[in-house]
Design a protein around this ligand. Sequence first.
Ligand SMILES: Cc1ncc(COP(=O)(O)O)c(C=O)c1O
Length: 415
Amino acid sequence: MKASLTTDNLLGSSPMQIATHPDTTSSIMQTEDAYLLRSYRKKEIALARGEGCYVWDLEGNKYLDFYGGHCVTLLGHCPPPVVEAIQKQVGELMFYSTLVYSPARAAATAELADFAPDGMKTIFFCNSGTEANETALKLARKHTGKPAIVAMEGDFHGRTLGSLSVTWDLHYREPYLSSMGPVHWSPFGDADALEKVVASNDDIAAVIVEPIQSMAGVTVAPPEFFQAMRRICDAHGVKLIFDEIQTGIGRTGKFSISEWFGMKPDLITLAKSLGSGVPVAATLVSDEIADAVEYGDQGTTFGGGMVAMAAASSSLKMLREENLMPRATWIYETLRDRITPGVAPHVVDFRGMGALIGIEFDQPSGPIVKKLFEKGILVGGSGNPNTIRVMPALVAGEAEVTRFADALLAVLGDS
Ligand SMILES: Cc1ncc(COP(=O)(O)O)c(C=O)c1O
């Protein structure tokens, strides 16, 4: 197969460049299917280019992307300041490890520390969401000297063994149960149940929560639940971890969702949108935990690498300079006004926060996702068979939001 996609045509402004691509979607599918571990179900398109809320396939077909490649492209595809920063960094120094200091890392650190809640401005950079969670779990265990974690039923925290141990869905977890540490489960949103679990076990290091359970179907809980979590953890000397791998970096309209709840966890994990698609993740650590960390407690070769740091600092700078966060609430409210439960056909619930939205129907969502795809719109399914996930970029404007709402209403009208 010819490897003929160059940076030039990926970043070029005309979809026609892609339309003349010598490979075909079917030849690309054949190669991937022949050699890649068969662990992903894929849509039968090969994407070659993205810009803002849109992606183009090899044949030049344009799609409105309200999925963002698993909730990643919060600033849209190839945001120009991020592309420019990465290109500059690649030409200067692609990588050196954390053995040395780096202006790229210092810039990302300063941007992230500026956004981080007060008292939680110590940062550990790594490469993926699951690593950020592993870091949080390890720091909590070391700090408290206790082994167990309380996790919420419905949570998803990642695929490495530590994060997997606190991921609810048995489909992911069951084959590895024998190699996991102690975990106590508590129902999401039920503060009394959490109090009972924490009070009746003296082996607990931390409570971890996915504050909006995205994969489970964008399940939400009221602010009072999170405030109660804070009180319960404080009362029992237990650390509180917020997995903000989806909710963080402004997707809900605040940098951390905890700002909406008027409380602070002890550890916050971030990934997904942090590098606008370049793998980069971070764990934000409270002063109390950070003060007790010693050299060698945690490490990674690639974490804090220069290209990742250029992606993170330029993404955070764009978020700040273009004041994009308030757009999350505008997107949510504008869509809810069009796709109102009980008014829009077949819609029984519209939930979530900002640009992390679950729309539940009175019927399975699979055919709806398929029909939207046929209309050139990408959205996600979820663990709830009747619920789709809609995760637009904050750069989505009137045209994109209207197109999505019109298309969904048309599909529902025919369903
Ligand atoms: C809430 C949450 N936590 C953790 C992860 C794991 O992140 P990664 O796939 O980058 O390891 C994900 C990934 O989807 C996630 O949605």
